[in-house]
Ligand binder design. Structure first.
Ligand SMILES: Cc1cc2nc3c(=O)[nH]c(=O)nc-3n(C[C@H](O)[C@H](O)[C@H](O)COP(=O)(O)OP(=O)(O)OC[C@H]3O[C@@H](n4cnc5c(N)ncnc54)[C@H](O)[C@@H]3O)c2cc1C
Length: 416
């Protein structure tokens, strides 16, 4: 095989975006992926249930601008166009589901919290998001949980200015046939070598050597897309130089933790029907939790937790993580609800050695770091991924676009 000009490390959304850009420009390239599947944090699978569900990304965020919507249309992906309606969510608090007035109050409190974080960030105040979140008393536990899901970690460790770099458009469409499935299908025609793990990247007089578990690949340039936590762990080594310096600084934009437990049900509890989310504030049960309510394709609930509760749950193991979700359902609906459960499956992103977390956020005081790292010139060793997107940070479409952009930049510097 002739040497590729570009080696792309990782076949997640960013690696696939980079590959599609190389393909479009007629540049010989290969994608190496350590796992036995493509997609990375975009993954649609059953996990033993009777239908597939998204273990990682599920919503096409910023859907009115998201470049993956066009791919979804081209590939016949099934998604739902919807706005943010109040009726989308329900809140259980103090022993009962809220009424319409309480739902409106909880929704307004949530909007006010995100507006406060946004205003702080836009004013350039690089402080923990927790310091500017108004205390909405009764609704505070649920709001904290939603912030953890949106940022991937606790508000005490997330920069408000970094969070505000995300250009929210309030248009988020769930991918009913699976966001992971869409991203996998985008990669159908790309040259991807599965089970090939990069261990070391070395710049030589001739170009770049990528040392892998299957030998060395010689190329002119490399695009690295592993998560910031994987790179910060030292799993891929870089010789002293601009790339190694950048990797040293990735601890400032770490990935948080975010896990899901999926339940298939024989029937959907009436209080959940017609909704998209339920926040359960059960007081004693380790803070509020969030359930995604899925009715297309059969009744299913997906329990979402992030930040410290997710790390604690992963440490306790999948059985305990599942049990925590069941306990919330039992608190709300009583013990009989367990008879509706026909199957469960749990994610484990936080301890997956190829991912090591959820998605990135800037630490307080480090918002400028992400902005600077995106622009930094590291020569023929480029870095792409969700962490290297600014206005679409932490998302699948941000990762994809970052892959395309970095590939275009690298290609423009290649000797012909
Ligand atoms: C629970 C959860 C929910 C989410 N929900 C959403 C959502 O609804 N909408 C949204 O837009 N985003 C969401 N995200 C975020 C989104 O999934 C990610 O931002 C995006 O998929 C990251 O893509 P990436 O290519 O940057 O990284 P990754 O997907 O991590 O891809 C990197 C790839 O590199 C591989 N790799 C690692 N080390 C090596 C090595 N040494 N050699 C070769 N390969 C290696 C990995 O196996 C992986 O496949 C969610 C994430 C999680 C975890």
């Amino acid at each position: 095989m002739t040497d590729p000009k570009v080696v792309i490390i990782g076949a997640g959304a960013a690696g696939i975006g980079a590959g599609l850009e190389c393909q479009a420009q007629g540049i010989p390239f290969v994608i190496i992926e350590a796992a036995d599947r493509v997609g990375g944090r975009a993954f649609t699978a059953t996990g033993g249930l009777d239908r597939a569900w998204d273990w990682g990304c599920h919503w096409m965020h910023c859907a009115n601008e998201n470049p993956l919507v066009a791919w979804a249309d081209r590939l016949g992906t099934h998604y739902k166009k919807r706005g943010e309606q109040d009726a989308d969510f329900t809140v259980w608090d103090g022993g009962a589901f809220g009424d319409a007035t309480e739902h409106a109050e909880a929704g307004q409190a949530l909007d006010a919290v995100f507006a406060a974080i946004e205003a702080t960030g836009k004013a350039g105040r690089d402080i923990p998001a927790s310091e500017v979140m108004p205390d909405f008393g009764r609704w505070a536990p649920g709001i904290r949980t939603i912030f953890q899901l949106m940022s991937g970690d606790d508000p005490e460790v997330v920069s408000a200015a970094g969070y505000a770099d995300y250009a929210e458009t309030d248009t988020n469409w769930p991918v009913l046939s699976g966001y992971g499935d869409l991203i996998k299908r985008m990669a159908t025609d790309l040259p991807i070598r599965l089970g090939v793990a990069a261990a070391k990247v070395r710049q030589t007089a001739q170009g770049i050597d990528v040392q892998t578990n299957q030998g060395v690949i010689h190329a002119k340039a490399v695009i690295v897309t592993a998560s910031t936590n994987v790179l910060a762990s030292g799993a891929i080594r870089f010789e002293p130089g601009p790339a190694a310096d950048l990797v040293e600084e990735l601890g400032d934009i770490p990935c948080g933790a975010y896990e899901k437990v999926a339940f298939t049900l024989s029937d959907m509890p009436a209080e959940f029907r017609g909704r998209q989310f339920a926040t359960i504030q059960a007081g004693s049960l380790a803070g509020a939790v969030n359930f995604q309510i899925v009715e297309d394709g059969g009744p299913m609930l997906i329990h979402h937790i992030a930040g410290t509760p997710a790390r604690d749950a992963v440490r306790a193991g999948p059985a305990a993580m599942t049990d925590l979700a069941v306990q919330h359902l039992v608190t709300v609906f009583g013990g009989d609800v367990t008879r509706l459960i026909t199957g469960t499956a749990a994610t484990g992103w936080t301890n997956n050695p190829l991912i090591l977390g959820s998605y990135s956020h800037a630490r307080p005081g480090k918002a400028a770091k992400r902005r600077e790292l995106i622009k930094r010139d590291t020569g023929p060793i480029g870095f792409a991924g969700e962490a290297f997107s600014l206005q679409w940070e932490a998302t699948a479409h941000g990762a994809y676009q970052s892959g395309r952009d970095v590939a275009a930049r690298i290609i423009s510097t290649l000797p012909s």
